[in-house]
Design a protein around this ligand. Structure first.
Ligand code: NAP
Ligand code: MG
Length: 516
């Protein structure tokens, strides 16, 4: 099969008038479709449910984007049984090229309706244009990248020859994969885990995040349109608290691919370890969890640049990224100067409904809104200095970009993931102390250093204990294929999504020897 080499999908340049106009059109189109309903998709058939999930616009909570069916426990149970059945009888035997072809075709379709997908996220998750556009581009990249990866891994693999025999090694699928994504990269992460499982020959039961079901429903439509058999991809929205255990515990579930919070991830990990009645295998899990990501700035750094990169990392998508810069660790010598610059830059950020393409939109829901404000109160009680923000803004789930300075490395807001627009600035005595503070949380997802000193950059490479390290740049925005993504310690199992090892996690190798 001959296809062009992998290339990252370019981001849209919104300084070009025609691109802006196209995005405005897409927003109108998406708005025109508000209120649409998607049923569950189980065993290849659309299935009604007693209850449904209402998806709302976080920046205008009275606006309903659409609804999806909400699976009951019995339906979740049925979903795994049917997905397993189709896996056993059909999907695992489908040729890998055919599977890869569906991904390529779907990626092509996504490019054609790129702005519509992004505009959906502008309303459903309050992503401004740039953030939504990057999410869609990343999703397209996953399809293109994993499609090609399957071509590489699909045939017989290299083994040493042996006299008198033919020897081969083949990667085979493993079974039914329950995919549980978060709402924050509702297209990219959801699509990435889903197609990785499908292209490797597994069937999928997708339980999208309850805050992001519409973009998932639209993506499933694209996959089906591109020729994915409906029986291979189960669309099973539901409350994680209600049907999560059912999906995870099911004896026919072979693997759980999860991205989300530490709390839920550890629960799934523990439950997946238990062997239930009728289960033939040891379940596999991929757990990509939270972060408390730090950016260290030393006295040799260009402080204007450092402030700009810190602000980009801290407030992009309202700080709701696992990779968000939530700790800015600054050496004493330049601490006061940098705090001032960061505050000045942050003051310039515009917050509004994301359809107007501001710097920041709303946070995802009422619960997150309340949680973030609670952390802000806690930070004040801990005696941290509020430099900026700290309040809610009327109209939607808006929170001002917030900065605390003088934060001690052990304070709550320096240790726990807030998942909102709150930056903790921590003073380090010197670079040695900064390294210690940097590594002083239970997480290890992203992080970085801004410095002109070669020895320190080298030391960061060696000692900063994170899965994704960024030197002299912002610490968010990993690109598929370029910066494979996944974290250390409580940030997860380091599955490195978008990397050359990823698909192997969804397969098992069969060695076949035939004597002549
Ligand atoms: P979350 O609350 O853990 O939810 C993630 C998913 O788990 C949702 O689909 C949720 O369903 C489901 N769920 C909830 N309870 C469950 C249970 N008992 N059993 C099975 N599934 C259950 O996370 P989130 O709020 O969506 O996302 C934010 C978190 O994701 C942050 O911690 C962030 O750092 C992390 N994240 C990590 C990465 C990474 O690559 N490391 C990337 C992005 C995000 P409901 O929506 O129905 O509750
Ligand atoms: Mg949550």
């Amino acid at each position: 099969m001959s296809v062009l080499p992998y290339k990252n999908e370019p981001f849209t340049d919104f300084s070009v008038e025609a691109n802006r106009a196209a995005y405005e059109d897409a927003l109108k189109k998406v708005k025109g479709d508000f209120g649409k309903h998607w049923d569950l998709l189980i065993g290849g058939k659309r299935v009604k449910s007693k209850q449904s999930i209402k998806s709302i616009d976080p920046a205008s909570p009275d606006t309903v984007i659409g609804t999806v069916g909400k699976a009951s426990k019995a339906q979740a149970e049925d979903a795994v049984n049917k997905a397993h059945d189709y896996y056993m009888k059909t999907w695992r035997f489908v040729n890998y090229e055919e599977r890869a072809r569906i991904l390529m075709k779907a990626a092509h379709a996504m490019k054609a309706q790129k702005h519509e997908l992004s505009a959906t996220m502008t309303y459903e998750e309050s992503k401004n244009w740039r953030e939504a556009d990057a999410d869609t581009a990343e999703a397209i990249d996953f399809l293109e990248f994993y499609g090609r990866e399957m071509l590489r891994l699909g045939g017989a693999q290299n083994v040493e020859p042996w006299p008198g025999e033919e020897n081969n090694l083949y990667y085979e699928p493993i079974g039914t994969v329950v995919v549980i994504p978060p709402w924050n990269f509702p297209l990219a992460i959801m699509a990435g885990m889903t197609v990785a499982a499908l292209v490797t020959g597994n069937t999928v039961v997708l339980k999208p995040a309850s805050g992001a079901p519409i973009i998932a429903a639209k993506f499933i439509d694209i996959l089906l349109e591109a020729g994915m058999p409906a029986e291979a991809i189960t669309f099973c929205p539901g409350s994680g608290g209600e049907v999560g255990d059912t999906l995870v515990d099911h004896p026919k579930t072979r693997m759980i691919a999860f991205t989300g919070s530490r709390e839920v991830g550890l629960r799934i990990h523990e439950r997946a370890a238990k062997v239930n009645e009728g289960q033939l295998w040891i379940k596999r899990t991929i757990m990509e969890l939270g972060g408390k990501d730090g950016l260290v700035v030393d006295e040799t750094a260009d402080l204007d640049y450092a402030a700009e990169q810190a602000v980009l990392g801290a407030y992009g998508f309202q700080g709701q990224k696992c990779s968000a810069c939530s700790r800015l660790i600054v050496v004493d010598k330049v601490y006061d100067k940098l705090v001032k610059k960061v505050v000045e830059k942050t003051k310039q950020l515009k917050i509004a409904h994301p359809e107007n393409n501001p710097d920041m939109g709303a946070v995802i829901d009422a619960a997150a809104h309340g949680n973030i404000l609670e952390y802000i109160e806690k930070a004040k009680k801990d005696g941290n200095k509020l430099e900026l923000g700290g309040k809610a803004i009327e109209g939607g789930f808006f929170v001002e970009p917030t900065i605390f300075s003088g934060v001690k490395p052990t304070d709550t807001i320096a240790q726990e993931e807030i998942f909102g627009p709150v930056l903790a600035i921590i003073k380090a005595k010197d670079f040695d102390n900064a390294v210690e503070i940097f590594n002083g949380t239970e997480f290890g997802l992203t992080g970085g250093l801004i410095s002109k000193r070669r020895d320190r950059l080298e030391r960061a490479r060696r000692e900063f204990h994170v899965g994704n390290l960024y030197l002299n740049r912002k610490i968010t925005g990993a690109l598929v294929g370029v910066q494979p993504f996944g974290g250390f310690n409580m940030s997860g199992t380091d599955s490195k999504a978008g990397g050359k090892d990823y698909l192997l996690l969804f397969m098992q190798a069969k060695s076949v020897a035939e004597r002549w």
